[in-house]
Design a protein around this ligand. Structure first.
Ligand code: NAP
Length: 304
């Protein structure tokens, strides 16, 4: 794969940035990678792991001379970071991000970018519940989607960024930012909130039943705990910035939950069976689309 960028600056050096660095290095997509993270510990780890060639304690220094800047910080930090780097961006550079929410990031970042810089928001639909520079791995984006919401950005710049994501193994699709936020509220944000709630309920109960919930934890609950172990800062920011779409989906969720609750109360087995038959078909669709395997997972398969 040909080299696409001369100098890539990664702002934030956590799970997503470290996975990008490893994937870019593996495919030779960038001649040089620079990085910035506020904590010295993260910068040292990034250098030690060979993620970046240089690590800077200021974001402005990290973006100097970069032809691609990737904002890999929590969604709530995107605006302040854009403000700090804006005056230091090279003319003609591309700025992208990996944030899980798009409309709020665009509103926070765009006003700080100078004329002549291409802003192409993005979101790789790939992640784990782990954080930090040591959590990354080069295969994270393989066979996963990366959604770009370019909204009128320069076509050549968009094609180059698309090639970067494809070089890291992802499939790329373009989408309107508002549509992105609604789709992700359904497929990711609301499910995370539900997992957080279920684990919270179990934690309250644990005080009653002592350690039984951990001891007898079954697959369903274990899956919830994995999701609910995700980074608290990242997810706080997701809910605060994708507020409308998340509340819309939670409203619909609550209505469905009431209907199921009623079916259980009234002994309406037909309703429950029909509902579960419909939802089972969705799982089959995800497996057929290659987004998961149908191998049983009892929580014992080692995960990265
Ligand atoms: P992460 O592992 O927690 O890393 C976040 C990084 O951002 C850390 O290096 C942190 O620095 C840095 N940071 C925090 N605040 C900053 C600030 N104000 N200025 C500069 N750097 C700052 O997070 P992640 O999982 O890679 O997530 C990064 C972004 O990707 C988020 O916007 C998230 O929504 C998005 N995303 C995440 C996933 C996922 O599953 N994790 C999937 C898709 C997209 P220190 O280490 O010094 O604290």
């Amino acid at each position: 794969m040909a080299q696409l960028y001369r100098r890539v600056a990664l702002i934030g050096l956590g799970l997503i940035a470290s996975s990008m660095a490893l994937a870019m290095r593996r495919a030779g997509l960038a001649a040089q990678i620079t990085g910035h993270a506020p904590s010295a510990q993260t910068r040292e780890a990034a250098l030690e792991l060979g993620l970046v060639d240089t690590a800077h304690d200021s974001s402005a220094a990290a973006v100097a001379g970069a032809d691609l800047v990737v904002l890999c910080v929590p969604v709530g930090a995107m605006g302040p970071v854009a403000e700090a780097i804006g005056p230091h961006l090279a003319p003609g550079a591309t700025v992208t991000d990996v944030g899980s929410v798009k409309q709020a990031v665009i509103a926070a970042v765009a006003p700080h970018l100078p004329e002549g810089v291409h802003f192409i928001p993005g979101h790789p639909l790939a992640g784990t519940e782990h954080s930090g520079p040591r959590a990354g791995f080069a295969e994270l984006f393989e066979n996963r989607w990366c959604l770009l919401t370019p909204e009128g950005a320069d076509r050549d710049a968009v094609e180059r960024l698309r090639a970067l994501w494809e070089g890291m193994g992802a499939h790329v699709e373009q989408m309107d930012a508002a549509h992105h936020d609604l789709v992700l509220a359904v497929t990711s944000h609301a499910p995370h909130l539900i997992a957080y709630t279920m684990v919270g309920v179990a934690d309250d109960l644990r005080r009653v039943t002592d350690s039984e919930i951990i001891k007898y934890s079954a697959a369903g609950f274990r899956d919830f705990t994995r999701i609910a172990a995700s980074d608290p800062t990242m997810w706080r920011d997701v809910f605060l910035t994708n507020r409308e779409a998340t509340l819309e989906i939670l409203g619909r969720f609550t209505e469905e939950l009431f209907a199921l609750q009623r079916a259980i109360r009234t002994g309406d087995g037909e309703h429950l069976h029909a509902y579960f038959t419909r939802t089972r078909a969705i799982r089959r669709g995800i497996i057929e689309a290659g987004q998961d395997t149908d191998a049983p997972d009892f929580g014992r398969v080692p995960r990265r």
